[in-house]
Design a protein around this ligand. Structure first.
Ligand code: HEC
Ligand code: HEC
Ligand code: HEC
Ligand code: HEC
Ligand code: HEC
Ligand code: HEC
Length: 216
């Protein structure tokens, strides 16, 4: 009872119930007020720019192996002006990070970057990033199709099949690629039935030998 009296006194209300209501309303209002300040400070943010620090600016915090290994992949080739590391580093894919890295802006938080999770972020932003480099053949890259393909309209993103924070590419191997395609399509298909009669051993061929997964 002491506690109720204390609150009642503090809030100058008489009944314990009213005191509880008052306390709840106060806590909720503080929450709303905090949210308001946060929204306010987000509104006042300067626009994010690319950092000058390159990948090192990100690796200070994101120093795990799956991050440092990017330097060993084709995307991490700093000598290739067409590769992310020949341009803005991590930020070529994740977007301008100046605000994100600024010591969490005094505790206000880390403004989100492109995290490539389809559920979390609009997939158009992901396509803009990847296709920005891969939809054309500049720099000797193989240009790929995608927009409007069966896989695009079924809601997939590039990350459904590709893992870029990895040194191995299982899709380039027969077993890895067949396993991926089979996870949705199975390995047997009535449209393939005649192949055996024509001397084609389909199990020795990558699916991508005949089907372009980016443009079907
Ligand atoms: C080629 C584009 C590309 C580059 C370069 C790149 N990333 Fe990523 N990053 C991705 C993709 C795509 C994912 C989603 C997981 C995947 O597909 O491997 C991801 C996932 C992440 C995640 C996990 C986020 C989540 O919620 O899944 C973090 C953190 C991250 N990257 C940070 C970095 C840092 C730090 C660097 C530089 C050292 C970097 N990335 C370089 C494309 C890139
Ligand atoms: C000062 C430490 C710090 C630095 C430097 C930093 N990050 Fe982060 N990053 C974080 C933290 C903490 C989170 C988790 C934030 C959350 O969950 O709210 C995060 C989350 C992320 C995510 C996940 C998706 C998201 O936005 O929530 C990505 C991608 C990412 N960082 C990329 C980068 C890149 C690229 C750089 C370099 C430009 C970078 N980070 C630099 C601390 C840092
Ligand atoms: C700044 C340009 C750039 C961006 C952005 C970019 N890439 Fe690349 N990517 C390259 C270059 C350059 C190569 C090296 C091979 C080549 O020249 O085709 C490459 C190679 C690849 C490869 C082949 C990897 C291998 O092991 O041979 C895949 C798959 C790929 N990228 C997927 C992606 C995906 C998915 C994204 C988006 C998350 C992405 N790329 C974003 C430039 C880029
Ligand atoms: C349904 C699965 C699937 C999806 C989704 C997918 N790919 Fe691929 N991709 C493959 C396969 C299979 C290969 C061929 C094996 C290899 O070379 O890695 C490939 C190859 C590539 C290559 C290498 C081409 C070469 O031979 O140089 C690039 C670059 C690439 N994909 C980019 C992308 C991008 C960008 C997206 C999103 C717009 C995407 N992929 C979506 C399955 C997929
Ligand atoms: C995440 C599930 C998934 C994966 C992985 C996947 N597909 Fe698909 N694929 C689909 C869906 C969904 C469709 C569209 C509906 C349909 O036609 O069955 C489709 C359509 C197709 C079609 C028919 C296109 C048409 O003419 O309508 C072919 C061929 C195909 N995929 C081949 C592949 C190959 C080859 C791979 C591996 C590189 C692959 N798929 C990986 C889900 C997947
Ligand atoms: C030797 C070339 C070849 C190989 C290798 C191959 N396919 Fe096919 N596939 C075809 C042809 C040709 C068709 C019939 C296309 C049509 O009728 O439009 C077909 C049809 C399909 C269809 C059905 C499309 C529809 O319209 O119903 C799917 C799904 C498919 N293949 C998936 C795969 C997968 C997964 C692999 C790897 C395990 C694979 N294919 C390997 C040539 C091939």
């Amino acid at each position: 009872m002491k506690f109720w009296r204390k609150i009642s006194k503090f809030n100058s209300v008489r009944s314990p119930m009213a005191a509880v209501m008052f306390a709840v309303v106060s806590i909720l209002s503080v929450g709303v007020w905090l949210d308001g300040t946060q929204a306010q400070s987000l509104r006042n943010l300067p626009e994010a720019k690319h950092t000058d620090g390159g990948p090192e600016a990100c690796l200070t915090c994101h120093g795990g192996r799956e991050m440092t290994l990017m330097a060993e992949t084709p995307h991490g080739d700093a000598d290739n002006p067409h590769a992310p590391y020949g341009q803005q580093g991590c930020e070529s894919c994740h977007g301008p990070g100046s605000l994100h890295v600024s010591s969490a802006r005094g505790g206000v938080g880390f403004p989100p970057l492109n995290d490539f999770s389809y559920a979390g972020r609009p997939k158009e932003g992901q396509f803009d990033t990847c296709l920005g480099c891969h939809a054309n053949t500049s720099g000797g890259r193989l240009g790929i199709g995608w927009l409007g393909s069966s896989h695009d309209v079924s809601g997939m993103t590039c990350s459904t099949c590709h893992e870029v924070h990895a040194t191995e590419n299982p899709l380039a191997e027969l077993a890895g690629q067949r396993a991926l395609c089979a996870s949705c399509h199975g390995l047997t298909n009535s449209k393939h039935e005649d192949f055996e009669n024509n001397g084609i051993q389909i199990e020795t061929l990558q699916c991508a030998t005949c089907h372009d997964p980016h443009d079907l």
